[in-house]
Design a protein around this ligand. Structure first.
Ligand code: HEM
Length: 241
């Protein structure tokens, strides 16, 4: 082996240039200084004597496995009976992708993730409660008609100036022709609004002549009362003097 390497190395340099030939190598040159290729095991020459010249005493001529033990080539041809532990590839380690939900859904069968109508809306609507019932308003008394009446400039207050209204004063205005009511500290003349009230005149008359804040809040707190009755403002509720 060493002899082969020597001959290969020095064959590259012509003698005319003064380079060393294999014979020029002094006898004192240590074998260990010569580069070795330990993996070339197929080359064999008669004078190959690696065991005593190249590696010294710890000789190990067993070639490395090729392909390497955990190489991709080896994995591809590996048989299950092999004792060498199998190294899983990325594709083997990755779980399969989930089945798309749309692929497994059944039309008409409701499931949490389907596009079917949610079960809550498939129930029959609740019966209208007696507490809140809309009444049929007389023609010309819809919300837009009320808005137009407010804009018309017609006097809906019945007073010349804003008043300080006590509870006893409020109580004096509790008829259909003259109805005042207090909501959140403001007193309104609700007389003209009575026929426009979607809940009906009767319901609205329950608060005539008194503070209707609580009943109003319990019935439809979302209604913008202050905007709807701004043209009917009479004054502000004050304690009895
Ligand atoms: C002057 C103050 C009030 C104003 C401006 C007013 C206004 C309205 C409005 C705009 C609606 C229709 C609401 C909607 O469709 O969501 C309504 C409905 C109703 N209001 Fe009033 N309201 C007043 C006072 C009251 C009071 C004191 C009662 C007494 C209980 C009452 C009972 C009702 C009822 C039962 C409905 C029908 C609810 C429905 O739409 O199903 N309202 N009101």
């Amino acid at each position: 082996m060493t002899a082969y390497l020597r001959s290969w190395l020095f064959a590259q340099a012509p003698e005319s240039e003064g380079h060393l030939t294999p014979n020029d190598v002094p006898a004192t040159v240590e074998d260990s200084e010569i580069p070795t290729i330990s993996t070339i095991s197929t080359i064999s020459t008669e004078d190959d004597d690696d065991s005593s010249t190249v590696h010294g005493d710890d000789v190990n001529d067993v070639p490395p496995s090729f392909p390497a033990l955990n190489s991709a080539q080896r994995l591809s041809i590996q048989k299950p009976s092999n004792n060498i532990p199998r190294v899983l590839t990325d594709a083997q380690l990755m779980p399969p992708p989930p089945v798309p939900l749309l692929a497994v859904r059944q039309p008409g069968v409701a499931s949490g993730s389907s596009l079917a109508v949610p079960p809550t809306t498939t129930k029959p609507p609740p019966k209208p409660s007696a507490k809140r019932s809309k009444v049929a308003l007389a023609p010309g008394h819809g919300p837009l008609d009320w808005a137009n009446l407010k804009k018309s400039g017609q006097d809906l207050r019945g007073v010349d100036t804003l008043l300080r209204v006590t509870p006893s004063m409020l109580k004096e205005h509790r008829t259909r022709d003259d109805a005042w009511s207090a909501f959140n500290g403001k007193v309104y003349n609700i007389t003209s609004y009575l026929p426009y009230h979607p809940g009906g005149e009767k319901e609205l008359m329950r608060v005539a002549g008194r503070d209707g804040s609580k009943l109003f809040a319990l019935t439809h707190a979302w209604v913008n009362l202050d905007y709807m009755l701004d043209a009917c403002l009479v004054g502000f509720l004050v304690p009895e003097s």
